[in-house]
Design a protein around this ligand. Sequence first.
Ligand code: IPM
Ligand code: MG
Length: 355
Amino acid sequence: MKIAVLPGDGIGTEIVAEAVKVLNVLGLPLEMETALVGGAAYEAHGHPLPESTLKLAKEADAVLFGAVGDWKYDTLDRPLRPEQAILGLRKNLGLFANFRPAICYEQLVGASSLKPELIAGLDILIIRELTGDIYFGQPRGRRIATDGHFPGAEEAYDTMRYSKPEIERIAHVAFQAARKRSKRVTSVDKANVLETFQLWKDVVTEVGQQYPDVALDHMYVDNAAMQLVKAPKRFDVVVTGNMFGDILSDEASMLTGSIGMLPSASLNAANQGLYEPSHGSAPDIAGKGIANPLATILSAAMMLRFSLNQEEAAQRIEAAVKAVLAQGLRTADIYSEGTTRVSTREMGDAVVKAL
Ligand code: IPM
Ligand code: MG
């Protein structure tokens, strides 16, 4: 089983190191190769997603990804910015289905900013379409032109678009995922204003007719943002476009106490996948050894489950994470009085020990 390991920038290198450590003690035939991506690759090769890194990712069964980005690259032309690496990987590998679970661990109920009764037992799955929408529509603006043809723009735009087949395939993913859960799908759109999301709503409704056993409802994105903090447990599977999914998944992640706990999987039609924590590169805390590696460790578990067909090993990791939480070990982001504060490395070691 070939894994491309792409730690990236900021805390990416620290958290991925812990996940690799965990993978190494499972006794599985895993072949891991590491490459530069994001700002680190830009520094070394002048491009955030060098050909060699893309090739490694394409040839692997799965990609374990850390995070990319740093404020110091904010003035670069957009195609050279670290974020383009992750967008390039998503597009080139066809990773259209992004799974972002938001699960509240029993021991962390107190770490959420919401009242415990609102989030105890929370288990929702955000399915974000990942290769379409305004992220990949035609852009125009000041940071796009590398040829100097569009300097100092007075106007800028990005085009929001979806095709019917793009919506159909992500809708199928959502309904199939819901079948393995509580059989409810909420499709989030902005059909009251945007044509793109009227099409979205119509197509999801049509696909839903093939899943009579799954309940489908529709919600405008502004209302969904409100419901997520008002009554998050009303959701089971939430399916939405790239942009709304980006925003709502950050919001959902904080319901659980910390974005540092949430893994994600991005899959293509062949179940090849990229696995990364839902959080970013956090340059403000990079190198301090305080980042929470659990989201990345849990992403490695998702990788074993979805792309490498190792369900048992995935469950072992998830059980080990629950065990270290039960022991009271906490990184800074989930620390509360009465628990034991540990570093990034100590948390990784504890998971290894629990395994
Ligand atoms: C995410 C991130 C990315 C996105 C950025 C880094 C391009 O916010 O994975 O949610 O917007 O998709
Ligand atoms: Mg995001």
